[in-house]
Design a protein around this ligand. Sequence first.
Ligand code: AP5
Ligand code: MG
Length: 203
Amino acid sequence: MEEKSHHSTTQMLNVIIYGAPGSGKGTQSDLIIQKYNLSHLSTGDLIRKEIADNTELGQFASELIANGQLVPDEIVIKMIANKISEALQNSNGFIFDGFPRTVAQAEALEAMCEEKGIKTDILIDLQVNEAELINRLLERGKISGRSDDNLETIQKRLDVYVNQTKPVTEFYKNRNKHAVIDGMGTIEEIFNRISDTLNAVNS
Ligand code: AP5
Ligand code: MG
């Protein structure tokens, strides 16, 4: 009998995790990065770090975040540009969380990847209904200390999501890289759905 030969060349996997505020991007990223050995790049986390460190960028962004508004594209794109190469050195790829958030950011990301000779594989679109989103974020607001986890700002974040971020899904649909995932249920159930999709991409 012939033995099956496994060419276990480590394959690169570059993922975008996408969804409304509170859809579970950060929660699922933590699980995905462990299973697939990916680097986590969350623009929200990076901006909050700038705010905590009281940098110039942080001072500029702090009011925008508290108001649920996006930080300008140029700033976010610059933040990411340096991180991509860094991220790829110690992992099998990256997972972008909260980026790209506008079509301009998506175009910039794709251009950066092309320049580096890599590609984004899939956008995971976590779908959660609005009542559940608000519920999760208000719940988190009791302990998170995040300036945007209050009802007034949550409403603004959801508006910004619909008006400025939703078009990103069309961008990736047109490139056949859009995967819809039911984001309702337990964290584990959702993670299993995501894993099935990523395993299919990665085979
Ligand atoms: P960002 O940090 O990206 O926040 P967001 O998109 O509003 O989303 P969240 O981080 O609040 O939610 P999440 O989807 O990660 O869900 P999580 O896993 O935490 O952006 C914040 C701000 O930064 C923006 O408004 C903007 O100002 C700026 N910014 C960031 N990126 C930018 C960009 N690219 N361009 C311009 N500006 C940018 O889950 C939420 C809660 O629910 C948690 O408490 C969690 O424990 C809980 N939970 C998760 N899953 C489940 C489940 N299955 N069941 C029950 N509870 C659950
Ligand atoms: Mg998050």
